[in-house]
Structures are given as C-alpha cells and as structure tokens.
Design a protein around this ligand. Structure first.
Ligand code: TYM
Length: 350
C-alpha cells in the first residue's frame, strides 16, 4: 500500500484553505492508503519562535483534525515533535542542502522580508543585503532557511509517495524531491522514493481570500475558520471586496469577483453557482444576495464540524490517547527508515 504524509502548522485554527487544500484529501486518502498526518509544531517555531503554548496549539489542530473526520483507526495521527527521529534525518539532509538553493526559495524570501520589515516592493537584493547586515545578524534564523529540509525529512522518513497539499506548497515539494534524489545519488542507493504532491481534482487547490486578491491564510488575516460561528462567518463574507458589477454581458471577472465565485464553487451546490454566474453574465448580479447565500453555505458546511470540535476538545483523555498512540506508530515507522539511513551513510544502526 502506498504511503501518504502531510502536515499542518499549529499556528492557529484550521481555516477553509487548510480544509479544501489539504484535509479534504486526507479524509479520502485515509480510506485507501497508509497515511501519516501530523501537526508540524517544529515548523511553527520558524515563524513563531516564542509560542505562547505550543502544546495547546498542537491540541487545537488535533481536535480539529478529528472533528473533520480524520480517524486514528485508519491513519497515523501524531505531533511532529513527538517523533525525534525526524530531526536526525533533517540533520543528514542539511549536510547536503545548499545555502544558495535554500535562500532562493520564494517562501524563505517572503518570510525573511516580513521578519526584516521590508515592504513587498523591496527587491530580492534588498532582502539578501538586509539578512547580512550587521544589525540583523539574528533576525532571520537558520531554522527558517532550512524549513524545506525539515519538510523533506517529514515526508521521506516514512518513504511517502504522495503528499496531499495545497498549491502554495509546490516549491517546498520540489525541494523535498530534490533532497530525496540527492540522498540517493550521494550514497549511490535507490533508497528514498520521490514524493509527489497530491490533489483530489485535476488541479492543486488555492482557496482565495475574500479581501481582493491572493490566497486565504492565517498570516494574510483573511481566514474563515472552521470554528467560526454563524455571525462571524456572515460578517467576514459580507465584507468581501466587490465592484459596481459588469456593464457588458459575459465580461471577464476581475480578481476579487473571481475569488467570490471560486469560493462559491468550493462550498455551494452547482445550481447555486450556476444561478449567480448566469446573473453575472446577464449583468443582473446583486453581490449582496450572492454574499448572503455564500455565508449561508459556508455556515452549513462549518456548523457540524464546529460542534464536533467543541465536543472533542473537551475530551482531553481521548486526545492524549490519540496523540500517544499516533506517536508510537509514527516512531516505529520513522526508526525503521532511520536505521537504514544510518547504515547507508556508515553509522552504527540503533
Ligand atoms: P500550512 O500549515 O501553511 O498549511 C497546511 C495545508 O493547508 C494548505 N493551505 C491551502 N490550500 C489551498 N488554499 C489555501 N488558501 C491554503 N492555505 C493553506 C497548504 O497547502 C497545506 O497543505 N509546510 C507546510 C506544513 C508541512 C508539511 C510537511 C506539509 C510541514 N511538513 C510535510 C506536507 C508534508 C505548511 O506550512 O502548511
């Protein structure tokens, strides 16, 4: 049976982007594959070096995973920091990862830019110059730089072939493949399979934000969370950016309008989508009506998950048990790979 690995950083609650980009695939894949789904708490240290309470943040995601329908009987569900084997593999991968290639990844540059308070208009040269500026010596961490090697270690420690992730993870996946291949060629072995991104439909998913352009994200400040109540959802959706409406039939949709339709395509029925699409094409669209419908549909989707989150989060004993048993299973799989890795490189096996 093919192995599947994916994780989510515990930097807040799960939002619709996480659900439709990743968790929805997890639910389907746990029925057919050997799945490992984890909570990437080490990764969250790269942007949140002083977490308020990292164990609680991990528990939040765990309760939300379970409320969405991840089943510990079908998939191995664990917290990354409960599996120390990952760190040893991360170390080996870092020995063969280039500072140059890591510095060139888009997500590193974006995050470094944020940490150095450089505006979006700042050039790549600005980012590099600032990183090496004497006053910024500690500003951008080696942990942030090596984010992709840690992610590669997460994936290949279980020899995964498929990784369900949203569109924003494509470059990290490219790096994971590169580091898996590099290990194989460095040591002259066909040891690690080369992992591929997985998405349910034909294309990888990018759930848009409703604030004009770009994706939905925690750090974008535009997320609709699975835990949001009806009122909050309505408020967020009604605030979505729109325009005066089309003046010519069948005109192309500007980005903010397209985002609204994309969201509707994701959460509403096809009939609802077609109805508003036709209104748009006839220049009869009333965005207020469309948003109201979208808010109703998002709430209908979130409400049952929200209720289950509250139930599961209250059951700390059950959550502890899931985390403990998941960690044991994940460690068994990770230790097996690591033992072989140690022998391939020339270290004593455990
Ligand atoms: P993270 O925590 O940022 O996001 C978790 C998952 O949600 C997806 N996602 C989206 N998909 C579509 N549209 C959006 N607006 C949207 N926002 C988030 C992400 O693509 C991702 O699948 N680096 C990873 C965590 C990670 C990981 C791994 C993933 C660490 N190790 C190993 C897979 C395998 C991350 O930051 O995800």
């Amino acid at each position: 049976m093919e192995t599947v690995v994916s994780g989510i950083r515990p930097t807040g609650n799960l939002h619709l982007g996480n659900y439709f980009g990743a968790v929805k695939s997890f639910l389907q894949m746990q029925e057919e594959y050997n799945c490992f789904f984890f909570i990437a708490d080490w990764h969250s240290l790269t942007t949140h070096p002083h977490p308020d309470n990292i164990r609680n943040s991990a528990k939040t995601i765990l309760s939300e995973y379970l409320a969405c329908g991840l089943d510990p009987e079908k998939a191995t569900i664990y917290v990354q920091s409960d599996v120390p084997e990952v760190v040893e593999l991360y170390l080996y991968l870092n020995m063969n990862a280039g500072i140059g290639e890591l510095m060139r990844t888009a997500s590193f540059k974006d995050k470094a830019r944020q940490q150095l308070h450089i505006s979006r208009e700042g050039s790549e040269g600005d980012v590099e110059r600032e990183i090496f500026n004497e006053g910024n010596k500690h500003s951008v961490s080696a942990g942030l730089l090596t984010y992709p090697t840690l992610m590669a270690a997460d994936i290949i420690i279980h020899k995964a072939l498929k990784v369900p992730v949203g569109k924003d993870q494509e470059q990290n996946m490219e790096m994971a493949r590169r580091f898996a291949r590099r290990f194989n060629t460095t040591y002259g072995v066909e040891f690690f399979p080369i992992p591929a991104s997985f998405h349910l439909g034909e294309r990888s998913v990018k759930v848009p934000g409703l604030d004009g352009s770009g994706k939905m994200g925690k750090s974008e400040g535009n997320a609709i969370y699975l835990i949001d109540d009806e009122k909050t959802i309505k408020k967020k959706v009604m605030k979505a950016v729109t325009d005066q409406g089309p003046t010519e039939p069948n005109s192309e949709k500007p980005a903010p309008i397209q985002n609204l339709f994309t969201m509707m395509e994701i959460v509403s029925t096809k009939d609802t989508y077609d109805y508003f699409n036709e209104k748009y094409n006839n220049c009869e669209i009333r965005y207020g009506d469309m948003k109201k419908q979208l808010a109703v549909d998002i709430n209908a989707f979130c409400a049952p998950i929200r209720e289950r989150i509250l139930d599961i989060a209250a059951n700390t004993e059950y959550m502890e048990k899931v985390a403990r048993e998941g960690a044991a299973k994940a460690r068994e799989s990770a230790a097996k790979t690591l033992n072989e890795v140690r022998q391939i490189i020339g270290f004593r096996p455990y």
